[in-house]
Design a protein around this ligand. Structure first.
Ligand code: SF4
Length: 92
């Protein structure tokens, strides 16, 4: 299994910490004041997921740990949550 980023777009508050930490994965949408998780699949409404490589894991963790809204989760290749909230989407 590959490492994975999971992103809850609904609760993104547009701080753009993630896009600074991992610009290849998070695209800023200034109009919407949210980011898009690039090349991801929408697994549920506003919940996006993408597989990443081992080499990309570190910057993904940095993005998740820096997100003030706690809407990014990173799983390692064992499916363990290594950054971000255990559960997504968060309750709002
Ligand atoms: S850091 Fe979090 S809240 Fe800010 S743009 Fe990224 S996902 Fe959204």
């Amino acid at each position: 299994m590959s490492p994975k980023i999971v992103y809850d777009k609904k609760n993104c508050e547009g701080f753009f910490v993630c896009s600074a930490a991992a610009p290849d994965h998070f695209d800023e949408d200034q109009d919407e004041q949210k980011v898009d998780l690039t090349d991801s699949k929408e697994k549920a409404e506003n919940l996006f997921e993408k597989e990443i490589s081992e080499e990309e894991l570190e910057e993904a963790i940095e993005a998740a740990e820096g997100c003030p809204a706690d809407v990014i989760k990173v799983l390692d290749d064992d499916g363990e949550v290594v950054a971000g909230p255990k559960e997504l989407p968060i309750e709002s």
